[in-house]
Design a protein around this ligand. Structure first.
Ligand SMILES: [Zn+2]
Length: 368
C-alpha cells in the first residue's frame, strides 16, 4: 500500500504569535473594484486561474451558525476573498495570473462523523471538484479526529482544517473555524500544497552536531505563514509552472513528484584550480526533522578533476519518489582546512525551473 503522506502544518507554531486579528466585531466585506464578483475570466488584463473547491463542514459547527447555509456561504465568501488577496502577492513576487479558489457549500456538505472518515473517503466526497476542504470546528466529538491543518495529495487532494486547541484560547483568542483569525492564511498555505509547493519550514536546520550552523530557509507563505504574507520565488515558479492545471492533467507537477536537474556537479577548487584529494562528506536533513543527521549519507575522496557528480533524485527523494530530505550539508576537507555549504532542495528545483535542467554546478573554494 502506498504510504499515506500528510503534510502536517504545525499550528502549534502559531502559539508563539502575539494575539492579532481578533474575530470580535463585525466582519465587513469591503467593495474592492479590483476583484470581480464572478469567478474566472480576466481582471482587466489579468487572467484568472480559478479552482472550484468543495467544502465539508461538521454538523456541530453548522448548528453554531444557526444551521444557515446562507450564513456559512457569507463566511466562506469573505475567507476566500482574503485567500485571493493573499495570492495576489507582493514585494515583486506575483503570479502570472490572479489565483482564486471558489467554494461550493450546501446542506448536503454537512457531515456528522470523524473528520478522519471524510479523509478516508475524500475522493468520493470530492466528486467532480478538484479540491475538497474539510472544516472541523469541534475536534474531539469523534475519535481519531485531525487536530492540525493538513494537506493530503496523492490523488485525494484534500485539505483538513481543524479547530486548534479544542476551543481553548490560542494567543488570547478562541479560534472559531470560519472566522478571519488564522483561517484565510491557513487556507492559502494548504492550497499552496495543492498548487505544487512543499513545506518550506520542513527545510529548516535547528540542530546540527556536524558544524553547529543553522539554516533558515527563504521567507514564504509556504514557510511559516504567520511571519509574513509574502511568497518566495520558489513558490512563485512552482505555482506558475502549474498554471490552471490540476492533478492528473498533462503538465501538472504535484509536490509528490519534484523536478530537479539531471545531475548535481560538485566542484572543489583552490585558487581557481581543481583540488585533487579533497575529502567530501554529505550529510542530510530529513524533511520536518530540522536536524542534520550526524552520520554522513555518503563520502568520497576527489580525483584529479576535483569533481563529484551526484544524482539529486538519490540525494533528496525517498522511496515514494517525493522529497524526503530537505537540506544537504556538504563538508569539504583538505589538510587542516574545512569548508561547509548548505544545499536546500529548493535551490536545485529553482535551477531546474530557470532552465538548468541538465547539470547544476556548485563550486566550493577551499582556502590554502
Ligand atoms: Zn504545509
Amino acid at each position: 500500500m502506498r504510504r499515506k503522506l500528510i503534510y502536517v502544518f504545525y499550528l502549534l507554531l502559531s502559539l508563539t504569535m502575539a494575539g492579532c486579528n481578533s474575530d470580535s466585531g463585525e466582519e465587513v466585506i469591503s467593495k474592492d473594484p479590483e476583484y470581480p464578483e464572478e469567478p474566472g475570466g480576466t481582471t482587466g488584463d489579468r487572467t484568472v486561474w480559478s479552482f472550484d473547491v468543495k467544502i465539508m463542514l461538521d454538523e456541530m459547527t453548522f448548528k453554531s451558525y444557526n444551521s444557515s447555509v446562507e450564513d456559512i456561504n457569507a463566511k466562506l465568501k469573505q475567507r476566500f476573498k482574503e485567500v485571493r488577496e493573499l495570492y495576489h502577492g507582493k514585494k515583486e513576487i506575483y503570479f502570472e495570473a490572479d489565483i482564486e479558489f471558489v467554494p461550493f457549500f450546501d446542506e448536503t456538505c454537512v457531515y456528522n462523523c470523524s473528520s478522519q472518515d471524510i479523509l478516508n473517503n475524500a475522493i468520493a466526497y470530492r466528486g467532480k471538484y478538484p479540491y475538497l476542504i474539510v472544516f472541523d470546528g469541534t475536534v474531539g466529538d469523534f475519535t481519531n479526529e485531525w487536530i492540525h491543518a493538513d494537506w493530503t495529495g496523492w490523488g485525494r487532494e484534500v485539505v483538513c482544517i481543524s479547530e486548534n486547541n479544542i476551543g481553548k484560547p490560542d494567543a488570547n483568542v478562541t479560534y472559531k473555524i470560519l472566522s478571519h483569525y488564522k483561517t484565510s492564511r491557513t487556507l492559502a498555505h494548504e492550497l499552496g500544497h495543492a498548487r505544487g509547493v512543499p513545506d518550506i519550514y520542513a527545510m529548516e536546520i535547528k540542530q546540527n552536531q556536524v558544524n553547529g550552523q543553522f539554516f533558515t530557509p527563504v521567507t514564504c507563505m509556504m514557510n511559516n505563514c504567520w511571519e509574513g504574507d509574502t511568497w518566495s520565488e520558489y513558490s512563485q515558479l512552482l505555482i506558475n509552472h502549474n498554471k490552471n492545471l490540476i492533478a492528473g492533467e498533462k503538465g501538472f507537477q504535484p509536490l509528490e513528484k519534484p523536478l530537479y536537474p539531471n545531475s548535481l556537479l560538485l566542484k572543489v577548487v583552490r585558487g581557481g584550480k581543481p583540488l585533487e584529494g579533497a575529502e567530501v562528506k554529505i550529510y542530510r536533513e530529513k524533511m520536518y526533522e530540522n536536524v542534520v543527521d550526524p552520520i554522513p549519507n555518503r563520502q568520497k575522496t576527489l580525483g584529479a578533476k576535483g569533481e563529484w557528480e551526484l544524482s539529486p533524485v538519490t540525494l533528496f527523494n525517498g522511496p515514494n519518489a517525493d522529497i524526503a530530505y530537505g537540506v544537504l550539508l556538504v563538508e569539504v576537507t583538505k589538510g587542516d582546512r574545512t569548508e561547509y555549504r548548505f544545499i536546500p532542495v529548493y535551490e536545485l528545483q529553482l535551477a531546474y525551473m530557470k532552465g538548468e535542467t541538465e547539470n547544476y554546478i556548485i563550486e566550493m573554494e577551499l582556502k590554502p
